[in-house]
Design a protein around this ligand. Structure first.
Ligand SMILES: NC(=O)c1ccc[n+]([C@@H]2O[C@H](COP(=O)([O-])OP(=O)(O)OC[C@H]3O[C@@H](n4cnc5c(N)ncnc54)[C@H](O)[C@@H]3O)[C@@H](O)[C@H]2O)c1
Ligand SMILES: O=c1ccn([C@@H]2O[C@H](COP(=O)(O)OP(=O)(O)O[C@H]3OC[C@](O)(CO)[C@H]3O)[C@@H](O)[C@H]2O)c(=O)[nH]1
Length: 389
């Protein structure tokens, strides 16, 4: 895998220290990107978010070696006039802010559309008007369903990669009908991608669009009832972690037949680091960032996580480790799903020489070790606590 050295880019040019306005810096991806930039580079981060719990370890104490290179700005980009000033005094803006948990797409469709489209508009506008570079986080979900999913079940064409590999410049974007509000998120992300592209074409905005394919690792989402709402539904890694920590069966939505490719957050962050430090190679591009070698069905993911968790916790798994639930029961009316997501890697490989390296087993082993260490005792105590009458 290509890595950028501390001082020169992939073409041997010196890398000057940048000021980066990172919006959504307090989230899962933001926390890992801040960590990378603090520990391995000389860049400065203006970290914008409404929360900072996941980056507290980078903000305090004042004696940290990077203390003068990171500032936290608690603000909501929906309604805060400070945003333009922060973008203006930065060299680059990285926009990660979004509602991006599937349980919200069909239950809070308005918030989802506003968050992923309307709230991103000023960010794009301020970057364009002030000639500032933008790295915007979209999603693999803009591809929607694969062409192959519309073929008859027994069609041999379903095995042909041409019908399922997702390519940035040629694959169509196939969403379900309007009442399947699951796709409101993907549609909002697609429209903001189109707007950014148009700003590049008409007004010369220097942009890079990132399409993450299921990045997973420590600090992803929350564990319901411990550091998030008891009834909350996070993404699958946290749902299954929660079930394993509580010794409950893992819930397989609609049989767990959907397929995903999972990439380790630390591999994926390396790709973003390369984009930041190689603007000449990254500007004007849309990049898939995922690991095509780590494909599993959700059922296989549940089985592997059960085995890995038994290994890292030293506890035997329960007798019936999985249970089937319908998507209507789990997510409510209007849910739908992506059938299969395999990223084509040609563009990122050619432009940045990036390839993921961590296997699914290895990334689950380090992530579930973290989950066990971070949450097992808190869960034990919450279960032991008598319920108030
Ligand atoms: N994690 C993945 O695998 C994945 C996959 C596809 C796309 N993405 C995209 O990557 C981006 C980051 O994802 P993540 O997994 O880190 O999600 P996350 O929810 O952990 O992080 C998003 C952060 O944005 C902040 N935010 C949201 N609205 C805000 C607002 N109005 N003002 C200020 N801050 C706000 C949230 O507080 C949160 O900390 C999102 O745009 C998401 O759509 C992620
Ligand atoms: O307890 C559970 C939770 C989920 N599933 C199923 O797992 C699949 C993956 O679900 P999840 O990780 O929550 O999200 P998606 O992959 O569907 O979508 C995300 O992908 C990228 C992003 O844009 C941002 O992260 C987001 O939209 C899915 O099939 C669920 O039904 C389960 O069986 N049990």
């Amino acid at each position: 895998m290509a890595t950028s050295s501390a001082n020169v880019d992939l073409d041997g040019n010196p890398i000057r220290p940048l000021t980066i306005c990172m919006i959504g810096a307090g989230g899962f991806i933001g926390s890992h990107l801040c960590e990378k930039l603090m520990v391995e580079t000389q860049h400065t981060v203006l970290a914008v978010d409404v929360y900072n719990d996941k980056i507290k370890h980078l903000l305090e104490p004042d004696s940290l070696p990077w203390a003068n290179r990171i500032q936290f700005h608690r603000l909501n980009i929906k309604n805060d006039s400070r945003l333009e000033g922060l973008i203006k005094c930065s060299d680059l803006t990285v926009n990660l802010a979004a509602i991006c948990t599937p349980a919200d797409y069909n239950t809070r469709p308005l918030d989802t559309i506003y968050s992923n489209f309307i709230d991103a508009l000023p960010v794009v506008k301020y970057c364009s008007e002030n000639n500032k570079r933008l790295i915007h986080f979209s999603t693999c979900e803009v591809y929607g369903k694969t062409i192959g999913s519309f073929l008859p079940q027994d069609s041999p064409l379903r095995q042909d990669p041409a019908y399922y590999i997702l390519k940035e410049d040629t694959s169509p974007c196939i969403f379900g009908s309007i009442e399947k509000q699951r796709w409101s998120y993907a549609c909002a992300k697609q429209l903001i991608e189109r707007l950014i592209y148009a700003e590049g074409a008409e007004n010369g905005l220097e942009f890079t669009i990132v399409r993450p394919f299921n990045w997973i690792g420590p600090r992803m989402d929350f564990i319901p009832g411990i550091d998030g709402p008891s009834e909350g539904v996070p993404r699958v890694l946290a749902c299954f972690s929660n079930n394993l920590l509580r010794r409950e069966p893992l819930k397989l939505v609609d049989g767990g037949e959907s397929q995903r490719t999972f990439v380790y957050i630390k591999d994926a962050i390396e790709a973003v680091h390369l984009m930041i430090e190689n603007p000449a190679r990254a500007n004007g591009h849309i990049f898939n960032v995922g690991n095509p070698n780590n494909e599993v069905t959700v059922r296989q993911l549940a089985e592997m996580m059960t085995k890995v968790y038994a290994k890292v916790s030293g506890e035997d798994s329960i007798e019936n480790p999985t249970i089937d639930v319908s998507s209507k029961e789990f997510y409510g009316e209007g849910y739908d799903d992506s059938d299969k997501r395999i990223p084509d890697m040609a563009i990122i490989n050619k432009q940045l020489g990036w390839d993921p390296k961590t296997s699914l087993w290895d990334l689950l082993e380090s992530t579930l070790t973290y989950q066990h260490r971070t949450y097992a005792e808190a869960i034990r105590q919450s279960i032991a606590k008598p319920v108030a009458s």
